[in-house]
Design a binder for this molecule. Structure first.
Ligand code: NZQ
Ligand code: ZN
Length: 388
């Protein structure tokens, strides 16, 4: 049965080859001082920076830059960004980059006018913003996180060895996002594939929870089938517009809050992956891939019916003459061999984790209670052990 919910997604999307023109419609709505936030320089190499700056200038904006947002943005960088935004008297923040840049822009937006320490307020105490929020817009260049149409913001604190996400409300969602699939063509294959698995994981985190006959599950099975199909094409030909545009659109729908409505969700794979990330700074999607198979094989008996359904409806396993368990196992085997075929990292050793780090990583792992089995720390450590 669907639970009660409120649904509103305020982010306006501009999608396609001309999507950047949307900036001309959006920018006049906001003040003159624009903080242009971006990462380590990919947008300068591929020409997106020049295009964005030209549009900002044509719209009469004063441009203040905040560059160097690293993958897995840190609390130190967040503090620096807050100072920059204050100095610029920013009226608007334009994030041009991937999930890290977009997440970071949201974190800055809720911190500039708040006197508290942002890490403590939002990522330790999980408080809601109690101050003015600077509006954010996003030009997306890397696909996976869904940050372009949600309130998520994930920040890493290296000294505390914690990587924590705060899911903010609608007031923090980007006001608009520009989604041009061609902007993702210059992504290295490693990042493209990592993003593809991030999408898959977002869907599975919401799918593997609950026993209801829920419309969201049918939507998610469709998204997963389209994702696998498009990923197989994109891995062979990264410039296939149809495949890349489908992947971009699936990423947005996987985590723009729609499919989670009215149902419970898990998110333990993300907690496992984020703890690995806090200790290794590894690429987000790869951390999820590296822990997924041991996790799903472990919880499968507790959600057997759903795992068997997944095998049939997503991976095309024929259930005839098989027990539910055999069908479910074949589904996970099909998933595993697909993961290997697209080039995902299947163990945390490759990401820099060692056996000596496992106690610390286990310590940093948050425990969720929405999946088929609430894990204890011994079980979590055992999953990491099997992921080495
Ligand atoms: O920094 P630059 O030079 O731009 O390079 C980036 C970065 O090195 C590069 N890149 C991005 N677009 C490119 C490109 N290189 C060439 N051409 C392009 N068009 O790709 C690298 C990775 O970028 P990043 O933004 O870090 O990747 P992603 O989009 O996967 O974001 C990861 C962050 O998002 C968080 C993750 O934890 C991680 O911190 N997440 C955010 C979520 C949310 N908001 O809801 C949910 C997710 O589960 C996730 O946790
Ligand atoms: Zn993710």
């Amino acid at each position: 049965m669907l639970g009660n919910f409120t649904y509103c997604n305020p982010t306006k999307l501009y999608f396609g080859k001309d999507a950047l023109d949307g900036l001309n419609e959006e920018l006049p709505k906001y003040g003159k001082n624009v903080l242009l936030v971006y990462g380590g320089g990919s947008i300068k190499k591929n020409g997106i920076y020049d295009k964005v700056v030209a549009i900002l200038k044509a719209n009469g904006k004063n441009i203040f830059e905040d560059a160097g947002v690293m993958p897995n943005p840190t609390s130190d960088k967040l503090n620096e960004g807050v100072e920059r935004a204050k100095k610029a008297k920013a009226d608007f923040i334009l994030a041009v980059g991937g999930g890290s840049v977009c997440d970071y822009a949201k974190a800055v937006s809720v911190s500039v006018h708040c006197n508290d320490d942002p890490w403590e307020k939002y990522f330790i105490r999980f408080e809601e913003p109690s101050c003015n929020i600077i509006p954010v817009g996003c030009v997306l260049t890397m696909v996976g996180t869904g940050s372009e149409m949600n309130g998520g913001s994930v920040i890493t604190n290296h000294s505390q060895k914690l990587k924590i996400g705060h899911v903010f409300g609608e007031n923090v969602f980007p006001k608009f996002s520009v989604l041009n699939p061609e902007f993702t063509y210059t992504l290295p294959k490693y990042q493209m594939v990592s993003g593809i698995y991030d999408i898959m994981s977002h869907i599975l985190e919401q799918y593997f929870s609950g026993e209801d006959d829920n419309t969201s599950d049918y939507i998610m099975e469709g998204l997963l089938r389209s994702l696998v199909h498009s990923a197989n094409i994109a891995v062979k030909n990264p410039n296939d517009y149809e495949a890349r545009s489908n992947i971009m659109w699936i990423a947005t729908w996987a985590l723009n809050t729609l499919v989670a409505k009215g149902k419970t969700t898990d998110w333990e794979v993300h907690m496992l992956g984020q703890a690995v990330g806090a200790h290794t700074d590894a690429t987000h999607g790869m951390t999820l891939a590296a822990v997924s198979m041991p996790y799903y094989r472990y919880i499968m008996p507790y959600g057997l019916k759903k795992f068997a359904r997944y095998a049939v409806n997503v991976w095309g396993v024929n259930p005839d003459g098989k027990t539910e368990q055999q069908t479910a196992e074949q589904g996970l085997a099909a998933m595993e061999s697909w993961m290997k075929s697209v080039g995902l990292v299947m163990n945390i050793t490759e990401l820099g984790a060692t056996e000596q780090m496992l106690d610390g990583i286990t310590e940093s792992t948050l425990i969720m209670d929405g999946g088929y089995k609430v894990l204890n720390k011994t079980e979590i450590r055992s999953i990491y052990q099997q992921s080495l």
